[in-house]
Ligand binder design. Structure first.
Ligand code: MG
Length: 377
């Protein structure tokens, strides 16, 4: 079988490094065209020497890297060049933040399949991205574990009654609002089930991550918000489920490991043994708990539903305001609960643009970030 040619944008991040672990295990299945990283040049160089991609893209052009036989590219132009290279069968977009959006669109225009780990791409521009993907016959394969679960459960999308997204509930699930207000950065970063980057871990503590995932699911599966439910499931064994019109519920289960959804996305529609370390055992797990999310303690979920239903630039506002607030929390400027207040205030005052273009989206994003920083001051 011919090797699948892949590029990884964001290879030094949490998803990127785990993707390389999957690829190392399945090395006879993949050829790496390009790796890209932001500021961790040391790790990126190490990865390049080990995996021998044709291209390496470095976020910061001040840092020069020379490795024999590898062409070094820089910044967003470098990402563009990678995403225009039709040698690629698939590109894993695992960069964090808004820098994922333009390269994803570029890859779609070049009819390259996408494994998408970057939520912002769909939260900011889901309408444009999905329309373009459809027009170019490009599959967007979700890497997010919940959306991967849904993708794995779906046989016929027209017969689905609802999507049921599970949420672990994060470290404050059974803590009080006061506990959240007094939480240190360390407590907010202590996620009970998943090891992830800092921003997404804080989002998991506030459940904003779930909010963003609702919007992501809406776009990926073209599902109205009324048909997307969230249920808290602390063990993170059921990764999400769908209910068919006849009442049948199909769920995808597995031990909490990002290797599985990453591998599913980059090897789809094939399945391989890969990094599977342990066989799944229902009796060892013994019990699975589910509960309704506390919408009052975690206002992020309804904020996301509302922003999503309004649509247009509202979700751009949600994403940018929340991210700036999370950064301020990580910098010790505000408490965890103020992330909600600030985001809410920004949403309240946002002047909606119904169908923003990509350029407008970036402008709005910029504007919201500046205003959010002012508000935080
Ligand atoms: Mg997720």
């Amino acid at each position: 079988m011919e090797k699948r040619k892949i590029s990884i944008l964001g290879s030094t991040g949490s998803i990127g490094t785990q993707a390389l672990e999957v690829i190392e295990k399945l090395q006879d299945k993949f050829e790496i065209i390009a790796l890209s990283g932001g500021s961790n040049i040391e790790l990126l160089t190490e990865q390049a020497e080990k995996f021998k991609p044709k291209y390496l893209c470095i976020g910061n052009s001040n840092k020069k890297v020379n490795i024999d036989g590898i062409k070094t590219l820089y910044g967003s132009e470098g990402l563009d060049e990678i995403c225009s290279n039709k040698e690629n069968d698939i590109i894993l977009v695992a960069v964090s933040g808004k820098i994922g959006l333009r390269p994803t669109l570029k890859a779609i225009e070049n009819k390259i399949q996408i494994a998408l780990a970057n939520k912002e791409t769909l939260v900011m521009a889901g309408d444009i991205v999905m329309k373009k993907a459809k027009g170019n016959g490009v599959n967007i394969l979700p890497v997010d574990s919940e959306h991967s679960a849904i993708h794995q459960c779906i046989k016929d999308i027209s017969q689905i009654d609802k999507l049921i997204i599970t949420a672990s509930g994060g470290p404050f699930l059974h803590k009080s609002v006061d506990d959240m207000k007094n939480a240190t950065v360390k407590e907010a970063l202590a996620h009970p089930r998943w090891h992830m980057g800092k921003k997404i871990t804080v989002d998991s503590a506030t459940l904003m991550n779930k909010g963003l995932e609702i919007i992501e699911a809406h776009h990926l599966f073209n599902m109205p918000y009324e048909k997307i439910d969230v249920v808290v499931h602390p063990q993170s064994i059921v990764h999400s489920a769908i209910e068919y019109t006849d009442g049948s519920v199909i769920a995808q289960l597995g031990l909490p490991s990002m290797h599985i959804p990453i591998q599913y996305a980059i090897t789809y529609p094939n399945r391989y043994e890969g990094i599977k370390t342990k066989s799944f055992s229902f009796s060892e797990i013994a019990r699975l708990d589910f509960e309704k999310p506390d919408f009052e303690k975690f206002p992020s979920i309804n904020m996301a539903y509302n922003a999503g239903k309004i649509g247009g630039s509202m979700t751009v506002c949600l994403n940018a305001a929340n991210e700036e607030a999370v950064m301020a929390f990580l910098a010790g400027k505000i408490n965890l609960y103020e992330i909600y207040r600030i985001t809410e205030k920004m949403l309240e005052h946002h002047k909606l643009i119904q169908s923003p273009s990509i350029d407008e989206i970036f402008e709005i994003d910029n504007e919201i970030r500046i205003k959010t920083k002012e508000l935080i001051k």
